[in-house]
Ligand binder design. Structure first.
Ligand SMILES: Cc1cc2nc3c(=O)[nH]c(=O)nc-3n(C[C@H](O)[C@H](O)[C@H](O)COP(=O)(O)O)c2cc1C
Length: 416
């Protein structure tokens, strides 16, 4: 069990006045929520006062990071994607990533799968374990996956998507099942409207929309208009996703698109206190300033302890290496210690190295919107030969079956 350490950050320090707000210019005039302006986010039987969801992120939203974000804030904290086949076969790492942690409530898991039988079985098992929310990933743009007709290729075939959602909902009892998808394959093949309607018809409790095509990957600006368009067509809640880097962006997205809640991905990498800022602005307050470098180091050490508890010291340290560059993004001198931190051997090496940068350094404003993961490249989406010729086809694509195939697949998914 994770030891809870009192975390410093927005929940622990004094809120700022509007004139001291640490934000980028586009957010300097955004007012905090007015009383009654936003409703709690209702996803089936769940009701979330702060309408914010931590995005499922492979290799990122494991229990240590989810628990850190939860300690700062409130909302829904979704697991990294768990492949249905790996879960059903009892794959060791998959089992660890999907494990129940006492006190984690609501407990939320994202599934990846494309076989209706697997999906139904996995949902039934999760429901038996007492899961509170299940999401399905229909947005993965990785070539290894789309080439077989999986991931972000699925919404292009609304009847197939409907079949997969139906298989899940049939076993979910009253646990809400939600769908997460992109706006389409590419600019020529936009799919979110039809796919959103199909998901709703089959009983999805909400639809999350990453407002980019699979071809865009993570490049350019997310198309928030598409979120508004989907919101105006559906009765179930729509969760907007894409480019929420500051707490104020969440308010702007909800005001502009009228979506019911937001999903936050890259913005919280190395910034778990962002969830405390969401709580503040959605309850009408200015957030406290982000921690200075000394405060960030304390968060990193706590994160390290939690990684070690779940994965053991060796794997925990290995995982921490990528986090160090996210946590230190924009701090003066960080580039000079990056190479050493990327070879980190023990957690004890972090403090002496980072202290050389000056722990009193304030959090760098220019780091608020800095890209922390996934570059700006685009891609030509790989699909099976003739895939778009029959969009009414509901034949499930071939997924990985053997343990080796699953391992290779999961590695590729992690890159998406
Ligand atoms: C490192 C990383 C891993 C991701 N893994 C997943 C995943 O497992 N499942 C998923 O649905 N989306 C995944 N995504 C996409 C995010 O959930 C989110 O849709 C995307 O980052 C856009 O939101 P943002 O602009 O707030 O980052 C991943 C994104 C990143 C950066």
């Amino acid at each position: 069990m994770v030891r809870t350490t009192r975390l410093k950050g927005p929940t622990a320090t004094k809120p700022m006045g509007p004139s001291e707000r640490i934000c980028t210019p586009q957010n300097s005039g955004v007012p905090p929520a007015q009383a009654g302006e936003f409703q709690p986010l209702r996803i089936g039987s769940l009701s979330l006062e702060t309408p914010v969801v931590l995005a499922p992120m492979a290799g990122v939203t494991n229990y240590p990071f989810r628990s850190l974000c939860r300690d700062y804030g409130a909302g829904l904290f979704v697991s990294e994607m768990i492949t249905a086949r790996g879960f059903l076969l009892g794959n060791k790492l998959t089992t660890k990533l999907a494990a129940v942690h006492p006190g984690e409530h609501p407990r939320s898991i994202q599934i990846y799968g494309s076989d209706p039988k697997d999906l139904g079985q996995m949902v039934a098992r999760l429901v038996d374990e007492g899961i509170d929310h299940i999401d399905i990933n229909f947005g993965c743009p990785v070539p290894k996956v789309t080439r077989q007709g999986g991931g972000s290729a699925i919404p292009a075939k609304p009847r197939l998507l409907a079949r997969l959602v139906r298989a899940m909902v049939a076993h979910a009892q009253d646990v809400p099942v939600t769908v997460k998808m992109r706006i389409g394959i590419d600019a020529q093949t936009l799919t979110h409207m039809e796919a959103g309607r199909a998901a709703q018809e089959e009983g999805a409790a909400a639809v999350g929309l990453h407002a980019r095509t699979a071809a865009q990957l993570y490049s350019g600006d997310a198309d928030w208009e598409a979120i508004g368009q989907l919101k105006s067509a559906l009765q179930v809640p729509v969760l907007g996703n894409g480019d929420i880097f500051e707490c104020w962006d969440a308010l702007r997205m909800m005001r502009e698109t009228h979506c019911d809640g937001v999903i936050v991905g890259r913005g919280c990498l190395g910034r778990p206190w962002l969830f405390g800022e969401f709580v503040a602005v959605f309850s009408g307050q200015e957030p406290a300033p982000p921690p200075n470098l000394g405060g960030v180091l304390e968060v990193m050490e706590e994160h390290g302890r939690r990684l070690t508890e779940l994965f053991g010291e060796e794997l925990g340290v290995r995982q921490m290496r990528k986090w160090t560059s996210w946590y230190l993004r924009g701090f003066r001198g960080a580039a000079g210690v990056r190479a050493q931190l990327s070879r980190l051997g023990t957690f004890d090496e972090m403090r002496p190295l980072i202290s050389t940068l000056g722990l009193e350094q304030a959090f760098p404003r220019q780091a608020l919107r800095a890209s922390r993961a996934k570059g700006g490249r685009t891609q030509r989406v790989k699909l099976p030969e003739g895939y778009l010729d029959d969009r009414d086809d509901d034949t499930p694509p071939k997924g990985p079956h053997t343990a080796d195939e699953i391992r290779a697949w999961e590695k590729a998914l992690g890159a998406g």
